[in-house]
Design a binder for this molecule. Structure first.
Ligand code: 5AD
Ligand code: SF4
Length: 445
């Protein structure tokens, strides 16, 4: 096989995967490869996700689709969590795969590509002690909003979740490395940084002694970076919401009023079976403390319906907690057994038809709440960070501090923060006009 000159990275799943995809692309560019559109690349990296249903099956059909009309294939690398979980099984089942590389080993991608070009199929699912980050090239220019992974892995072992197995133990990146990367992102044009981690609020500076500096100190330091206007972080665990981090929501201007805090279920019995290490009461207490210091904060969450043993009453309790918290936004999933996790072997697996019904009911409630949240914004003026062009000519799409998408017609360029009067609302986005423009039109008429 020839040494590839062009590449495509296709990322699936969570924001951490999107970040890894960006870093792999930067790594390949530093090696002299060029990004190419789908169908034209010499090397295709499938950056996979293992969370959802039939994750591995989907990867195999994705691999099948890469076959060209003449029967040949590009060089194929499978990365991400499916790579970690399936390892050498992947090339056994899909012989057109040349490289398998796990989420902790992708800094070695250039060497694996060279080996594959030389005819050696390479599987690297090591979780080396030394962090991959030091081996990656510096950040390239990013959009207005950039991701920055500060923490990886998880020690919590929720019984449904593969993350502790595919991403490994909880590891925090050192303070200096995070600050350097943040500066590079801001120099490259980022106005907003979202700090990422499977358990981002468990971040602790590994280089400091004793208690260590936590996420709130990091946020305070980032707040002082000239040019950085907005800071977000995700995903947080309820048990790691410290008083300091909660206080930061009151005190730090650039820390956005949005908190993604998954609860997964509203039933204490199910939370116990999930090994969540919190109950509904302690979760609600955290929400109350956050709202006490920042009453306008938008809360979002994740839910799993149809966990083994979930009864109608348990599910009703989930609907109840959605009503009690009044989420601005939430993501919900049908439970899907991940091989090797404790819940996959539990009794009382819930039939698919019941899962479907519950998911529909939950999503209907969440949509109703998101719509109400967005409608309450209509009539207000909000700052909006313009992030991408809209579908209509002259239209741009940006975000409010509460992470609502806003469509607005403006000449202002992507990357600008502008004031927008919010005039209409749907469950997923808002419509707005540049602040003052509504009045101007009114006067002209
Ligand atoms: N089945 C369904 N949903 C899951 N999630 C994680 N593992 C599973 C699973 N096995 C959901 C959780 C988590 C989100 C990222 O994905 O809600 O918070
Ligand atoms: Fe998975 Fe639970 Fe860790 Fe989240 S806290 S990554 S759901 S094990």
């Amino acid at each position: 096989m020839n040494t590839p000159r062009t590449f495509q990275v296709k990322s699936f799943g969570c924001q951490m995967n999107a970040y890894d995809g960006e870093r792999m692309a930067e790594l390949l560019v530093a090696e002299g490869l060029e990004a190419a559109p789908a169908g034209e690349a010499d090397l295709v990296v499938l950056n996979t996700c293992h969370i959802r249903e039939r994750a591995a099956e989907k990867v195999y059909s994705e691999i099948g689709r890469l076959r060209r009309e003449d029967g040949s294939s590009p060089m194929i690398a499978v990365a991400g969590c499916v790579a970690q979980a399936e390892g050498a099984e992947i090339p056994r089942r899909a012989p057109s795969v040349d490289i398998v590389v796990g989420p902790q080993a992708y800094h070695r991608l250039p060497a694996l590509v060279a080996a594959a070009a030389g005819g050696t199929r390479a599987v690297d699912t090591d979780m080396p002690l030394a962090s991959k980050f030091a081996a990656l090239p510096g950040r390239r220019r990013q959009g207005a909003s950039a991701f920055l992974t500060v923490q990886e892995g998880c020690d919590k072992f929720c019984t449904y979740c593969v993350v502790p197995y595919t991403r490994g133990a909880e590891v925090s990146r050192p303070w200096a490395a995070v600050m350097d990367e943040a500066r590079a992102l801001v120099d490259g044009g980022a106005k907003e940084i979202t700090l990422l981690g499977q358990n981002v609020n468990a971040w602790r500076d590994p280089d400091s002694r004793g208690d260590g500096r936590g996420l709130e100190q990091l946020i305070v330091a980032l707040d002082r970076l000239p040019g950085l206007e907005r800071i977000r972080y995700t995903t947080s665990h309820p048990n790691d919401m410290t008083e300091g981090l909660i206080r930061a929501h009151a005190e730090i201007r650039t820390l956005m009023p949005y908190l993604h805090l998954p609860v997964q279920s509203g039933s204490d019995r199910i939370l116990k079976a999930m090994n969540r290490s919190h109950d509904t009461q302690s979760y609600l207490a955290v929400i109350e403390r956050v709202r006490a210091v920042r009453p306008d904060i938008a809360i979002s969450g994740d839910f799993i319906v149809g966990f083994p043993g979930e009864t109608d009453a348990d599910f009703e309790a989930t609907l109840e907690i959605v009503r009690a918290v009044n989420y601005a936004q939430a993501y919900s999933f049908k439970y899907s057994p991940r091989p090797g996790t404790p819940a996959a072997a539990m009794e009382g697996q819930v039939p698919a038809s019941v899962q479907d019904e519950r998911l529909q009911a939950l999503q209907a409630l969440i949509t109703e709440r998101s719509l109400a949240f967005n409608r309450a914004s209509v009539g207000r003026r909000s700052s909006v960070l313009l992030e991408r062009p809209g579908r209509k000519p002259g239209q741009k799409v940006g975000k409010t501090p509460w992470l609502q998408s806003v469509h607005v017609e403006t000449e202002a360029e992507i990357g600008n923060l502008i004031d927008v009067d919010l005039i209409s609302a749907g469950p997923n986005s808002l419509g707005g006009v540049v602040a003052g423009a509504a009045n101007l039109t009114g006067e002209a008429a």
